[in-house]
Design a protein around this ligand. Structure first.
Ligand code: ADP
Length: 447
């Protein structure tokens, strides 16, 4: 087993990975920017190395700085967490070239899934249902009109190199299509440096349902069920739950097995997530994330598996050691993402934490690097904590979540706790009756 792992990330996820390492008897190296000198992930690591100034491009995104830190500290392996360099195939390749182990998938799979058209084709070939649309990039207006006629309006135009929900354009009819196509191309060029776009049928009221998989590189693959991440604002997930209130056991096993089989065919290794839109009983692939996800804890709570530990074992060359029939699902889990932002205007609210009290008790987990006196830097993502709650069923989970939210004290800055409290009182949410547009209607914010 590895003796020392460098964690190329910050905040709650860096801490989360440290925890798994410590339980496995592995020493940890934290890296940090000058803005994160007092961060909890630095304080709790066995060793820490400053890798640059606050701007992420000069620190957490700097491959030379991170590789040098790994060399200086004599680390065996690097875990990238999520965000930053986690889905950068070039980074994964460089890590291996420098004789460290990359705790994640092979570079070719990161690259494949980063190209949205190639990814869609690859998973389609492996048996996963995809959204009807163009087979690849769309050349011109004439071709676009022809394809649109076949699949029917409304049509979503998306950037091949896209990400983060940016640069998508919705065409309601043939009249809109030429202009949408040209705007989408311009935006794709401006955001992603690649004007290629493709087309998909627009689904009106889907849920976002994703399947977690684990693959060991020897052909052993399991799925760990689904997460429902339909509660989103501006394509950012706000609250996630597992299992989805919209699926029954049959549907769950069916899509889970399709996902696991596809991943086996592709030859994927490590943890990964296949994201789908789900409407009228049908699943449509949207993308595969080749990394650990923010919302992975809810899967851990219902399966009892430590996903980071599994990623480390797999990267070290161990076989999974269990099969699909050994994976047991128990109860219900919900994660609330807590951001340093105003709960109504969503304005970011960095600042210094005054009093701090995290909730606890049976079934309650808080993943966060916050402490009283800590200053939340303004340079990074606004998510400062994740409150994860488990119950024997959804109702118990909701009661426990209400109780936990009411205990949580984070003084000194605005947080999204009141937004989550508001959600807990919404009948549609309590009934599990929501789609990907529901939250934006509730908070009164349209795209
Ligand atoms: P990105 O990589 O930019 O995040 P995705 O393909 O994952 O792009 O889509 C982001 C979000 O856009 C989805 O979660 C969903 O809300 C919406 N979306 C994507 N494709 C469709 C579609 N065909 N119909 C309706 N909504 C869609």
């Amino acid at each position: 087993m590895f003796e020392k792992v460098l964690i190329a990330n910050r905040g709650e996820i860096a801490l989360r990975i440290q925890r798994a390492c410590r339980e496995m008897g592995i020493r940890t190296v934290a890296v940090h920017s000058t803005a994160d000198e007092t961060a909890m992930h630095v304080r709790l690591a066995d060793e820490s190395i400053c890798i640059g100034p606050p701007a992420a491009k000069d620190s957490y995104l700097s491959m030379p700085a991170i590789l040098t830190a790994a060399a200086i500290s004599n680390a065996d392996a690097i875990h990238p967490g999520y965000g930053f360099l986690s889905e950068n195939a070039d980074f994964a390749a460089k890590v291996e070239e420098h004789d460290f182990t990359f705790i994640g998938p092979k570079p070719e799979h990161i690259e494949l899934m980063g190209d949205k058209i190639a990814a869609k084709q690859a998973v389609k070939d492996a048996g996963i249902p995809v959204v009807p649309g163009s087979d690849g990039g769309v050349a011109d207006v004439a071709e676009a009109l022809k394809i649109a006629n076949e699949i029917g309006y409304p049509i979503l135009i998306k950037a091949t190199a896209g990400g983060g929900g940016r640069g998508m354009k919705l065409a309601h009819s043939a009249d809109d299509l030429p202009e949408c196509l040209s705007t989408a191309r311009k935006e794709a060029e401006a955001y992603f440096g690649n004007p290629e776009v493709y087309m998909e049928k627009y689904l009106g009221k889907p849920r976002h349902i994703e399947i977690q998989i684990l693959a060991d590189g020897f052909g052993n693959v399991v799925h760990l069920g689904e997460r429902d991440c339909s509660l989103q604002r501006r394509h950012q997930k706000v609250l996630e739950e597992a299992p989805s209130p919209a699926l029954n056991d049959d549907a769950r096993q069916k899509i889970g097995n399709i996902a696991a089989e596809a991943v086996r065919k592709i030859g994927y290794r490590s943890a990964g997530t296949i994201e789908f839109l789900y409407e009228n009983g049908e699943f449509y692939f949207i993308e595969m994330n080749t990394r650990l996800q923010v919302e992975h804890p809810i899967t851990e709570m219902i399966t009892g598996l430590d996903l980071v530990r599994e990623m480390i074992r797999i990267a070290n060359g161990a076989p999974l050691g269990y099969e699909q029939k050994d994976v047991r699902f128990s109860g219900h889990a919900i994660e609330c993402r807590i951001n340093a932002e105003h709960p109504e205007t969503f304005m970011p609210s960095p600042g210094t934490i005054g009093d701090y009290h995290a909730p606890g008790g049976l079934g309650v987990r808080v993943d966060s690097g916050l402490y009283s006196g800590y200053t939340v830097p303004s340079h990074y993502d606004s998510m400062i904590a994740k409150l994860i709650v488990h119950g024997t069923n959804r109702n118990e989970c909701l009661m426990r979540l209400r109780r936990s939210l009411s205990e949580y004290v984070i003084d000194g800055l605005d947080t999204s706790i009141p937004l989550h409290q508001k959600l807990m009182g919404e009948v549609d949410f309590v009934n599990g009756d929501y789609d990907i547009h529901w939250l934006e209607k509730l908070v009164g914010l349209k795209e």
